[in-house]
Ligand binder design. Sequence first.
Ligand code: ADP
Ligand code: MG
Length: 239
Amino acid sequence: MGKGIFITGTDTGVGKTVVAAGLAGALKARGINVGVMKPVATGAVWNRGRLVSDDVRFLLNAIGGNDDLDLVCPINIELPAAPYSAHLINKIHINTDRIRHAFLELSKKHDFVVVEGIGGLLVPIKKDYFVADMINELELPALLVARPDIGTINHSLLTVSEAKNRGIDIRGFIINGFDAAKAGRVEKANPEIIETISGVPLLGILPFDPNLNETGSDFKNIVGMVRKYINVEKIYEES
Ligand SMILES: Nc1ncnc2c1ncn2[C@@H]1O[C@H](COP(=O)(O)OP(=O)(O)O)[C@@H](O)[C@H]1O
Ligand SMILES: [Mg+2]
């Protein structure tokens, strides 16, 4: 399989897309031939006769990429729900072989592929095939993105524990959306507590940026943030 990193999260909406896009852009700025992938996108919208998701656009924009959308995102689902839920509710067929195939194709074109997950590790893609299984099938190490606020210790430790049970190599975690002006002592203590208990290294704390939103985001800003606050070298060297 190809070289790359899988960006998972403790939940949906924690900043996987922002971290994945910023990391991909930062690697590109370092001169690496980097590709992006979102194996399964949910909540995709119809555009010129095909389903496309905001995440895929965001990731591609960050690197100025122009790979075939079927490779970057082989499975697009309209319903904003777990893929298995979409299968049950809308009777859509999900062919996970396409994920492996698309990843192999992207790996032929790029030296490193940043892959964004879907929700967290136990999101079912099929009844007996979770995001965690996909990470193992792609033989990728993972990075965990977590929220800064209350509840994140529990979510982060649960995720690390499940990753260990399933043989997934979590190389590090990132706290995203940390608001230094508002954070109290409890929030400030979270990163170190998670690192100490889990044994997974903290690779960076991305600040909350009020200017950040999915549409019209300034990619230079996101890439700059990742380069400043995340240990990109360590992620690349060890992957
Ligand atoms: N560091 C940040 N500061 C401010 N807003 C952020 C930050 N990171 C993410 N967001 C916003 O939070 C929302 C969820 O982030 P996203 O990366 O899409 O999460 P996920 O991919 O995990 O679902 C988006 O609207 C995004 O713009
Ligand atoms: Mg996302």
